[in-house]
Design a protein around this ligand. Structure first.
Ligand code: AHR
Length: 313
């Protein structure tokens, strides 16, 4: 497959003429809901006709939605891929129909690299690394058993956040991941898995820290720890990813320690890339990277909570 060229899809279109379809994963987390809300608002700002298909966490629904967008002849397709593999056939169909695809917030396997225009994502290995380094900075030389709540199995962000965290604690042989299981990025599963970790680890006595691939699972885990009579944020350190308002509330209450921010505004840069591509033939970089920032209890969590809560969460 050839790489994208400016001439391939350029139509001289204006933003107001564009119709874009978005195959969204579902609504597993507060972050995901915010991404959907923000995407709609960003489309409205640019006067773009925006069609969202909710896949309810199923790749087969995403593939169906992409095929339906192709049949409708949309100008571009946004895809938040629930898992990293299994996209090549449908993305080839989009490419053959001259419809550029932009990946939002998750990646696909390198075999699909020529099949999409650009990916708007954070560096999810880096997010995990920041979380691991933060934990290492807190525990010093003390022995620390970590339990890990992983995101959806097969999702790029779950694989990468796991790897990044392991990189972040590498060289600190006193820090060990003693249990690691998926909580599927949801609060309910995060709570359920944490309950089983607590049971298996001496009622929680053997756990020094929880690392969760998103804040929603951590909010569930905090609930599980409290119900088991433990003190999250004090007896057991917490670090997670997303920076949703509820984690700042927990931080303000001293029940959570740190979070790495993931912006829910992936669509804004994606719309701008498609508009430039469609109107001027400008080929965007293959990766449009969004920022990741660490917040701790020292960052006035209540103020951040107040500032975030109306942003689509
Ligand atoms: O792909 C981004 C991840 O998906 C978010 O961190 C998580 O909350 C969501 O479900």
């Amino acid at each position: 497959a050839s790489a994208f060229t400016g001439a391939l899809f350029a139509t001289g279109a204006r933003a107001g003429d564009l119709t874009i379809g978005f195959s969204q994963i579902g609504s597993e987390s507060g972050w995901r809901a915010a991404e959907t809300t923000v995407s709609k608002a960003e489309a409205k700002k640019r006067n773009i006709t925006f069609k969202i298909a909710d896949a309810q966490q199923k790749q087969e629904n995403q593939i169906k939605a992409i095929r339906s967008f192709i049949a409708q002849g949309v100008d571009a397709i946004f895809l938040a891929p629930v898992v990293a593999t299994g996209w090549d056939a449908v993305l080839k169909e989009a490419k053959e129909a001259n419809i550029p695809v932009v990946l939002l917030d998750r990646d696909i396997d390198p075999s699909g690299k020529d099949l999409y225009l650009t990916a708007v994502t954070s560096d999810s290995v880096h997010e995990g690394k920041v979380a691991g380094e933060w934990l290492a900075s807190q525990v010093g030389a003390k022995a620390c058993n970590v339990v890990e709540l992983q995101g959806t199995v097969g999702a790029s962000v779950a694989t990468n956040r796991k790897k990044g965290f392991e990189d972040g604690i590498a060289g600190h042989s006193n820090i060990k991941i003693v249990r690691s299981q998926t909580g599927d990025f949801t609060r309910a599963k995060g709570k359920e898995v944490m309950e089983s970790f607590i049971k298996a680890e001496g009622g929680g006595k053997n756990i020094c820290a929880v690392y969760a691939h998103n804040d929603d699972m951590m909010v569930g885990a905090i609930q599980a720890m409290k119900e088991a009579g433990l003190k999250p944020g004090k007896d057991i350190l917490t670090v997670s990813i997303d920076s949703v308002p509820d984690i700042f509330k927990a931080m303000a209450a001293g029940e959570a320690n740190a979070t790495v921010e993931l912006t829910p505004n992936m669509a804004g840069p994606a719309f701008d890339a498609v508009i430039a591509y469609k109107s001027k033939g400008t080929v965007p970089p293959k990766w449009i990277q969004t920022e990741s920032k660490l917040y701790t209890q020292a960052d006035d969590p209540m103020k951040i909570y107040e500032s975030k809560k109306d942003l689509g969460y």
